[in-house]
Design a protein around this ligand. Sequence first.
Ligand code: FAD
Length: 479
Amino acid sequence: MVLKTEIVQQLRRIIKPGRILTKEADLVSYGYDASFGFYKPDVVLQVKNENEVSAVMKLANQLRIPVTPRGQASSLSGGPLPVKGGMVLDFSQWSKSLKIDSEDLVAVVSPGVITADLDDAAARYGLMYPPDPGSSHFSTIGGNLAENSGGPRCLKYGVTKDYVIGLKVVTPQGEVIRTGGRTVKNVTGYDLTKLIVGSEGTLGIITEATLRLLPRPLSTQTMMLTFDHFVDSGKTVTRILTSGILPAKVEMMDQASIRAVEAYQPQNLPVDAEAILLIELDGHPAAVADEAERIRSLAKAMAARSVKIAHSSEEARKLWKARKLVSPAIASKKPTKISEDATVPRSKIAEFCHRLQEIRNTYKIDLVVFGHVGDGNLHPNIICDKRNREEMKRVQKAIEEIFHAAIDLGGTLSGEHGIGTMKRAYMPWELSPVELDMMKRIKLAWDPNNILNPSKIFPAPDRSWCCRNEPESERQTRL
Ligand SMILES: Cc1cc2nc3c(=O)[nH]c(=O)nc-3n(C[C@H](O)[C@H](O)[C@H](O)COP(=O)(O)OP(=O)(O)OC[C@H]3O[C@@H](n4cnc5c(N)ncnc54)[C@H](O)[C@@H]3O)c2cc1C
């Protein structure tokens, strides 16, 4: 085993000492993300440029030290957790470079840029960056690209991968490569850009991204539909989406989410309703007004109790604030929040809502359901206490049933949060051995020494639980 001091000395030749963190308090604070797990790194490096990343990777590859990239650690699947210890590469100190080219309709950004800052910068040119994860005010472009993040607006505009046309990437061996380019069309060779996007920091480290921008819509309209029955809200979504109208956003909050928000920061939501749908239409003002009226009559025909149309941008902002408050509101109910994002085809939304109600009753769990229902991407969240072993057994069973239900209905384990540590045990439920093997061979080709973000995505034979920390013995290095 190589001695820690020797390695830190070598790191000091690459990175200034103030940006090499080894104190216990720092290491502990880098051991978390927004998911369930905790794994402490041996050292944290606050990298500031591509040369540093490349030199660190060369050293790590030579010494076989695990490296885990980290944006703002808002991952809900354990992506930036250093499961095998080693080094965490923190991008938060990297100076944020954000260049908009309004003629090419692209932005060129560094990995630590906050997603909402990019959209704000694009707005100054009458443009927009459509992907808008709920975490857009704190998550980074690097993390968004690595997770292929989605968000409310992705219903109409597509997900992160649809906006990435070029990358600069540092490989696990420390080489710097470019993928794609600056043109919308580019079919030269294999599409390595698409391979890196969504690879959860396991194939390469993104150091620069060229992203597509779109003209900002001329107007938007927000509506709130209220339902006495949860399943009716699911049926209404399917009805709207097959009516020829494509809203920019259709988000759902079930009764538990509504009540949690009202208990946390009252927003005047109907606490006796079983569900509400928040809808945003965008486009030409005349088309938007017409579509809002059509949705109003569709919703009434589908048993909506009421339909509210926001009459000002302030009213619309308040309605969307309610949706944004769901996560903090439910997190304040109990110490542990497990956030799932099983996704089903749109025709199965109502059936999935029904199955979730059954799971809640069978396992007597505190299940809160909200999310990007227009994409079939619901976020069943389980609020629990990880110290309560009996409760956690029920929670574990419920999670498995949720995944079974989603896959049974033709859906997927993850619509946007990624697999990370949380869902790797369930990969064989969705992928065949041949499909998994193909992915493993890709990982081996990029990272033969398995140093970049190890223990993510791929199932390990003895790991069948997601609701607990994996043992310390999984660590392979102590620097
Ligand atoms: C309240 C809340 C709401 C959320 N809403 C959404 C939502 O609507 N949609 C959604 O998709 N997600 C959502 N998320 C999850 C999370 O915000 C996203 O996954 C986000 O993309 C993570 O970004 P981050 O900067 O925090 O990355 P991190 O969590 O730090 O890292 C995520 C992954 O990216 C890798 N990574 C980070 N930077 C790089 C890089 N430069 N190169 C290579 N790999 C890198 C990490 O190793 C890790 O695997 C939400 C989370 C919270 C807490």
